[in-house]
Each structure stands twice: as C-alpha cells, then as structure tokens.
Design a protein around this ligand. Structure first.
Ligand SMILES: NC(=O)C1=CN([C@@H]2O[C@H](COP(=O)(O)OP(=O)(O)OC[C@H]3O[C@@H](n4cnc5c(N)ncnc54)[C@H](O)[C@@H]3O)[C@@H](O)[C@H]2O)C=CC1
Ligand SMILES: O=C(O)CCC(=O)C(=O)O
Length: 435
C-alpha cells in the first residue's frame, strides 16, 4: 500500500524542532557524526533515530543567595541521552558558556563512550551556566546543593550518576553526595563518582582520564611506528585531563613543547619542566606567567611543530579555520568534541591520525564505574589494581576499534561509533518499546 501524501509529508521520524538543526553547535556536530555511522549499522539502522533524541531533558532554575544578600538565578541542566544499556552516567560542568545544545551533545557522547568501553551505562550530562571563579566558596556550595536538589528527581545510584567535568571536582561531588543523601534520608555514596577517597571515592579516579589518554596514545604510537621517547607534545587545557596526560607523556620521555589554557599560551622548544608547570597552575590557576617558557600568541598554538596534539579543554577548538595549520601526526582528544566534522575531514585528508574523544577520554568514566562498583560492595581496591584494570579495558577497547576501522576503511571516530552504536541499538532492540 502506498503512503498517503499526509504521512509522506510528515515522516514518522521528524525531529522535534529543537533537535533538528545541523547548526546547533556541538549537538549539530554530534548529529553529523551519527549520520556518518548510519550506513554501517546494518539492520540496526532502523533504530538510529533513538540516537538523535535525548531521552530526558531537565532545565532547572537554580536560585541562591549571594554573600551580599542579593538573590541570583542560574540556569542548570541535566540531560539523559540514552538509558538502554544502564543508568545514565556523565559529568557536571560549571561554565559561563554552558548551553542546552552543549549538554545534549555531551550526554550523547557519554552514551557512545560508555558503550565503546562496554561499561554498563547509558549516557547523561549536566551543567550550570555560571563562571564559578566569580563565586565565593560559600556561594559555590549553595549553588551545588540547590542544583543537586533541583535535579534530585532524575539522579540516583541506579538511575543517573553524575561525576566531575570542567570546573567541578571532588569537593563539588562531596556536596552533591551529601545533599542527595540528606534529601533521601540515607547516605548514598554511589549517587556520584569522582568523590574524595575518604568519602567512597576511588584511588586513581583523578588521574584516570589523563591515564586513558596516555594509554590509547601509546597503543596508537605502537601501531603507527611513532616513538614516544622524544616525541614533541602540545596540550590545550592543562587542568585535570591535560595536566595528567602531559605529565604521563613527559614521564615516558616525550617533551611537552607547547601548552595553552584560558590564561594564555606558552612554548619551550626544549620541553617544559612539567611538574614545575603543574605546580604553577595549582598556585595561580593557569599557565599564564610561567617563567619556564616563552609566551606564544594564542592563534600560533595550533601551528606549533609537534608530533602529538592533545586538545583537553572545550568543544569546537579544532575547526576548518585552524585544522590546516596542524603539524602533529596524531591528535588525541582529551576534551569532548574538540574537533568539528569539517576539521575532522581536513585532518583525515592530511593524514593526521585522530584518536577520538569517545575512546581517548573514556578512562575517567571507566574508573568512575570502578568507584560505583566499589561503593556498592563497600570494598575498595588498591591503586595498582585500578590502574591495571583501566589500562586493560582501554587497550582491549582500542584494539577492537582499530580493527573495525581497518576492516571498514573508516576513521577511528566512525569505527568507535560503529562499535558503540551497535551495542546501544542492539540493547534498545532487545528491550523492546512498550512498558
Ligand atoms: N574530568 C574528567 O574526568 C573528564 C573530562 N573530559 C573532558 O576534558 C576536558 C577538560 O576537562 P577537565 O580537565 O576535567 O577540566 P578542568 O576544569 O580541570 O580543566 C579545563 C582546562 O581547560 C582550559 N580552558 C578553559 N577554557 C579555555 C579556552 N577558551 N582556551 C584554552 N583553554 C581553556 C582551562 O584553563 C583548564 O586548563 C573537557 O572537555 C571535559 O569534558 C572528558 C572525560 C572525562
Ligand atoms: O566519570 C564519569 O562518570 C563521566 C566523566 C565525563 O563527564 C566524561 O567522560 O566526559
């Protein structure tokens, strides 16, 4: 039977207007990545629309009293993109530029990442549109607690488990855990991960994302014949992820020649003293003003002569404008979504190997998974055990993705999406649609 003109003009998969546009910043970039994987999904392609719509979006008003007595209102979000493989999992970002499009994309990349390393989670992400550097400690605590109460209906150890992301850390997670526990009447350590070790946190979680970046970098270097000893490394973002990755590469004999963060860009052709740079960042809040190198213009950072480039700051940093300048042989995405689809194509055409976020920065959530498991059993592992398990999971996942990329002659990003999206959609298919 032929479709009627009404049903033909209104396809069953028409997207809600707020999800549709390819120019929706990070969410638009994510949609393009899904379009690229669809031809490789076989019969599961009929479920692909699932990936193009977040399951739940919560927008909350977060009012707090500032120290000066005024009431300030902040916009907060929690998005659960997909829950087919398990509870939602993903960090919380405090940043003045947070938008719904960004949180939607970050939650979707969590779904893909969690499936890529096969941890039993769906994908979620949260954020508050705030510059936390403008708040006092008391204001930050009140903001965190109010936000946690506002999203309380969505989170829980078996529902959705937040964790740290940009500008959030163990202290924020401790306040979130405490607020949720007070509201539910029972201490619930498993409601967030990335907590301080004394509150049910896991050894190794702080360094886990950077360690994962390093691990996949080493694996890819072995496969492509790039020597880590003496390799020149440039890092954008020298916080939790970039700082740890930079240190691990330096410890392995690489030289970190350029670093950029929100306070500026610096360069040292002989390589920075990375522990001294980390100490400077710890004391001053950024790399700007570090004496052990020369100042670099921010736009010059991308053209620095290096072998490995690690974007570890925010989305949309490598674009059609600067991708052509990149000299690195390998880009390891510590950040989520640092490369636009257009830049991806430019790098691919230049023969630059891109290790995509959805596998390269999966070390953090992998150790978050270990933390959650340890919290449930109240039995804690040694740091050596954690690091060994992390490295094994990252190596095995990366080897599988590498093979899929070779077999299908596709980029590592599309290969990671093939592996992950098949797992998500297979779970979706097996669960069925009706309650
Ligand atoms: N913390 C984690 O476990 C994970 C983080 N990620 C991703 O890694 C990236 C960095 O996160 P974290 O290191 O946790 O955050 P962080 O807050 O510790 O560090 C962020 C870094 O980005 C820099 N930055 C901010 N704006 C910048 C700008 N306009 N230009 C250059 N640098 C800028 C900051 O100066 C800082 O060095 C984010 O994309 C995050 O989503 C991914 C997986 C896990
Ligand atoms: O540790 C987690 O649960 C998630 C970390 C995160 O937000 C990410 O991988 O982007």
């Amino acid at each position: 039977m032929q479709a009627s003109s009404t049903s033909a003009s209104k396809p069953a998969h028409a997207l809600p207007s707020y999800l549709n546009a390819h120019d929706l910043g990070p969410w638009g970039n994510y949609l393009q990545q899904v379009d690229r994987v669809t031809p490789y999904l076989g019969s599961l392609a009929r479920w692909v629309e699932t990936l193009k719509r977040p399951k739940r979006i919560l927008i909350v008003d977060v009012p707090i009293e500032l120290d000066n007595g005024t009431i300030a209102h902040f916009e907060g979000y929690r998005v659960q993109h997909n829950l087919s493989r398990g509870p939602g999992k993903g960090g919380v970002r405090f940043h003045q530029d947070v938008t719904l499009s960004e949180v939607m994309a970050l939650s979707a990349w969590m779904s893909v990442k969690n499936a890529a390393v096969n941890v039993p989670y769906g994908g979620a992400k949260g954020g508050i549109r705030v510059d936390p550097k403008t708040l006092t400690r008391g204001e930050l605590e009140r903001l965190t607690r109010r936000y946690t109460s506002e999203i309380g209906m969505m989170i829980g150890p078996s529902k959705d488990i937040p964790a740290p992301d940009v500008n959030t850390n163990g202290q924020i997670m401790a306040w979130m855990m405490d607020t949720y526990s007070m509201n539910t009447g029972a201490t619930s350590t498993g409601v967030v991960t990335g907590k301080p070790v004394d509150l049910g946190g896991s050894l190794g979680r702080v360094e886990a994302t950077g360690r994962g970046v390093f691990t996949v970098g080493v694996e890819a270097a072995k496969l492509t014949g790039l020597a880590i000893q003496g390799a020149r490394v440039a890092v954008q973002g020298f916080g939790n992820v970039g700082g740890t990755a930079g240190k691990l590469f330096a410890d392995a004999g690489a030289i970190v020649v350029a670093v950029q963060d929100h306070t500026g860009s610096i360069y040292n052709a002989k390589g920075f003293d990375v522990p001294a740079l980390l100490e400077h960042v710890g004391n001053t809040g950024g790399v700007g003003g570090f004496k052990g190198g020369d100042k670099l213009k921010n736009e010059e950072f991308w053209g620095v002569d290096c072998d490995i480039l690690i974007p570890a700051a925010l989305e949309g940093q490598i674009t059609a404008k600067n991708a052509g300048k990149i000299k690195a042989k390998m880009v390891i995405e510590g950040a989520n979504g640092p490369t636009t689809p257009e830049a991806d194509d430019i790098l691919n055409d230049k023969g630059v190997l891109v290790l995509p976020d959805v596998i390269a920065n999966a070390g953090g959530v992998t150790v978050s998974y270990f933390e959650w498991v340890q919290d449930f059993s109240s039995f804690f592992w040694t740091e050596d055990e954690i690091n060994a398990r992390l490295v094994r999971i990252m190596q095995e996942a990366f080897a599988g993705i590498w093979q899929v990329a070779q077999e299908n002659k596709v980029s590592l990003r599309t290969a990671t999406f093939i592996v992950a999206c098949k797992r998500i959609l297979h779970a979706r298919e097996m669960r069925g649609l009706y309650p």
